[in-house]
Design a protein around this ligand. Structure first.
Ligand SMILES: Cc1cc2nc3c(=O)[nH]c(=O)nc-3n(C[C@H](O)[C@H](O)[C@H](O)COP(=O)(O)O)c2cc1C
Length: 200
């Protein structure tokens, strides 16, 4: 039994789902199979359930699968910003990031000026949208890994994939099946290490 299970009230209607949710862990590397089209649609739709102040939908995603991953990689590696000696040394890393998982979702935050929803709230909403997709993938028995796109990779992806110029690249959501077996469950901090029930 996972360490968190004992604390769950056994009479609650969705205890099993919650227990399953709490068993999520990231996996890398990822291999086939990745989500099928209808599963991918459900995963992407889960992003829309994120809390979103003023309903701005401040996230943009582009899904890359199959041979399009190689085409994207070639465009990235051919970009002028990828030709310096330092970035040439990262081409192998870019290759792993963009072509390992069966489904690679390139993630951006699409921040718009708003009187009530400041930039940080919109970034948080975009992060929550990605988290929802990780949870949805987990519920569909796929694994995910959220990885970064450190510059110049983010900027190159923004340009070659035609995101909007002000979109902030917030990484890649890789989806698929774990390529190696993993110990289960992951070690997690107990909630008391970061939360308390405050009393006056
Ligand atoms: C925005 C963001 C970017 C991340 N980028 C990387 C990364 O580039 N490399 C990495 O090893 N982990 C990265 N992580 C952490 C992993 O996605 C993952 O959370 C971590 O390996 C712990 O696994 P867990 O999700 O099972 O706790 C990132 C997480 C976030 C939220």
């Amino acid at each position: 039994m996972p360490h968190h299970a004992a604390a769950l009230p056994s009479t609650a209607a969705h205890t099993d789902e919650l227990e399953h949710l709490l068993s999520r862990r990231s996996a890398w590397p990822l291999k086939q199979p990745g989500p099928q089209a209808h599963e991918l649609a459900a995963i992407l739709q889960a992003a829309a359930v994120a809390p979103d102040h003023a309903g701005l939908c401040p996230w943009r995603f582009k899904v890359v699968q199959g041979e399009h991953r190689q085409s994207l990689l070639q465009q990235v590696l051919a970009h002028p910003l990828a030709q310096t000696e330092a970035v040439r040394g990262l081409h192998g890393k870019y290759t792993l990031k963009l072509t390992t998982a069966p489904t690679v979702i390139v993630l951006a935050a699409h921040i718009q000026p708003h009187p009530k929803a400041p930039e940080f709230e919109q970034l948080l909403a975009a992060g929550a949208a990605v988290m929802n997709m990780l949870h949805a993938a987990h519920l569909l028995d796929y694994s995910g890994f959220w990885s970064s796109t450190p510059e110049p990779l983010g900027g190159i992806l923004r340009e070659v994939m035609r995101f909007e110029p002000h979109d902030q690249m917030i990484g890649l959501l890789n989806l698929g099946t774990p390529a190696t077996s993993q110990p289960d469950p992951a070690a997690r901090p107990s909630w008391q290490t970061y939360a308390e029930v405050w009393q006056a």
